[in-house]
Write a protein that binds this ligand. Structure first.
Ligand code: G3H
Length: 497
């Protein structure tokens, strides 16, 4: 029963409809000495999902000290034992899939399908990490390859842990993008200090319990809750943190990077992902990918398509096909209603209003609202804007909501130049029936990944996933994350002459 498994994590019995969560100090679930909590309200119906402890700076110091001490023994724990623990934690997630799906729907307003797929994807990802960790290995190098050296030395290059990794997850995939950091960090022998988002912190607390129950030893994982303002800066600049893994906005990423100088960083930040539609594109496929890419999870994905670039003749075909596809695919409204497929609420009413304000700003600047542009509570209606220019905020900033803009260009070169001029560089799509042309255009684009005939996306999760410019630092994806969560340790044997 979830109640028995999760009973330790709440102050009141776990069966209560709102969950008063504790934080995990590395050893036990605790109520913070601050006496302060933060409330988590559901974007779906504004009900109280629960509360999170706001930990004190002293409690952060205590958890970090435990992590520092425990990390060395953990790194020396045989890999097969660490692998077993991560597999067991993923088994627990599968075991409680239904309960966790319902919690995720309530806490961040995901539709049932989106929430369930995040939970199952998380379990699959953790299993894949655990399997892949077993093939991460060091190497040896001989010295005589380099001019001037004989065979007098050999380098044994091991992979060592980074130390204590601070894992900061976002609200939009609060369990998946937490596990995508915690699992590789643990597998590579690091201790983890997990800072969940506030919205999404309750599921983060549950994820931590899955690792604790799976057998992560004392000190090796902690879950420190509280708002970014109260604990964020203190955590990222803490001298006992050896590495920061973060997903969130570019603004926060830049701020964190400035407070964690000379530390390894693994960041997935914002994106304003464009799609170029070439004249020969399959319009039905293109429209379907654009609609799915723009509006799934109400556009709250860093990989969501935010603008489409095409020449006037192509635009005449793209816009009506996208509109027709929206009529077929999108059922707006309350995320709890069974017919809602793609567009549920955004994270809060406040954010919904900010999105509507940016749409209005674009309209005043000459953009044409073809549909949407309004909100009901936290649900922003799926919005299409034409006549948009790259300097408008709907394109130049990351709008974390269901808004798609059409930017008309004179040719492909102009489209490429607009994309390359952006401060973001996560992903882009090129739609064309000629994959050769797609490859040529892809080769000119400064983004982490280019998709040909598909919408931007992170998965499959073993593919490399990276952003350039303000969209990220480092490379994620199963093997790449495992490598990032470890460092090379060359040991050079100088042979007696
Ligand atoms: O929001 C950021 C996520 O990494 C995007 O993942 O492409 O699977 O939706 P996704």
């Amino acid at each position: 029963m979830p109640a028995d498994f999760f009973n330790d994590i709440t102050v009141q019995p776990h069966t209560d409809s709102s969950l008063a969560c504790k934080y995990f100090d590395g050893k036990a679930w605790q109520v913070s000495r601050s006496g302060k909590t933060v409330s988590v309200m559901s974007p779906a119906d504004a009900s109280l999902v629960g509360t999170l402890q706001i930990v004190t700076h002293e409690e952060i110091d205590e958890a970090l000290l435990k992590a520092k001490k425990a990390q060395i023994a953990w790194e020396h724990t045989p890999l097969h034992a660490r692998v077993k623990i991560v597999h067991l934690a993923s088994d627990w997630i599968r075991q409680f899939e239904e309960y966790l799906t319902a919690l995720l729907m309530r806490e961040v307003g995901k539709t049932h399908d989106d929430a369930k797929s995040e939970i199952l994807r998380t379990a699959d990802l953790m299993d894949y990490f655990a399997d892949e960790a077993q093939s991460i290995k060091g190497e040896t190098l001989d010295s005589d390859n380099f001019p001037g050296f004989d065979k007098g030395r050999i380098a044994l290059i091991e992979r060592a842990a980074q130390g204590v990794v601070l894992c900061i997850a976002p609200f939009n995939y609060p369990i998946n993008l937490a596990a995508s950091k915690i699992a590789p960090a643990l597998l590579m022998g690091n201790a983890v200090v997990f800072k969940p988002p506030t919205q999404g912190g309750i599921i983060g607390v549950h994820l931590t319990q899955a690792f604790v129950k799976a057998g992560v030893p004392e000190g090796v994982i902690s879950c420190l809750t509280g708002g970014g303002a109260e604990i964020g800066e203190y955590l990222v600049s803490h001298p006992m943190v050896d590495m920061v893994a973060f997903t969130g906005s570019s603004e926060t990423g830049v701020a964190i990077a400035s407070k964690a100088p000379m530390k390894p960083l693994l960041f997935e930040c914002g994106g304003n992902n464009p799609s170029i539609v070439l004249p020969d594109a399959d319009m039905m496929l293109t429209a379907r990918e654009i609609v799915k890419g723009s509006f799934s999870y109400a556009g709250q994905r860093c990989t969501a398509i935010k603008y489409v670039l095409a020449t006037p003749e192509v635009m005449e075909k793209v816009i009506p096909t996208v509109e027709k596809t929206m009529d077929e695919l999108i059922h707006e409204g309350d995320s709890r209603s069974p017919e809602t497929k793609m567009v549920g609420p955004v994270v809060s009413e406040k954010v919904a209003q900010e999105i509507v304000d940016v749409i209005e700003e674009a309209r005043i600047q000459g953009g044409v609202v073809l549909r949407g542009g309004t909100r009901k509570g936290a649900v922003v209606s799926a919005t299409l804007l034409s006549n948009v220019t790259p300097s408008m905020r709907v394109v130049s900033c990351e709008i974390f909501g269901p808004v798609l803009s059409f930017v008309t260009v004179k040719d492909t070169a102009e489209a490429v130049s607009i994309i390359n001029g952006s401060t973001y560089g996560l992903q882009a799509s090129v739609f064309t029936k000629d994959e050769g042309t797609g490859l040529v255009v892809a080769g000119t684009l400064n983004t982490g990944t280019v998709q040909i005939n598909g919408s931007p996306q992170r998965g499959p999760d073993h593919f490399p996933f990276l952003g350039i410019k303000h969209s990220g630092v480092g490379v994620q994806g199963v093997r790449y994350s495992l490598e990032a969560m470890s460092r090379l340790r060359p040991i050079v044997i100088n042979k007696p002459s």
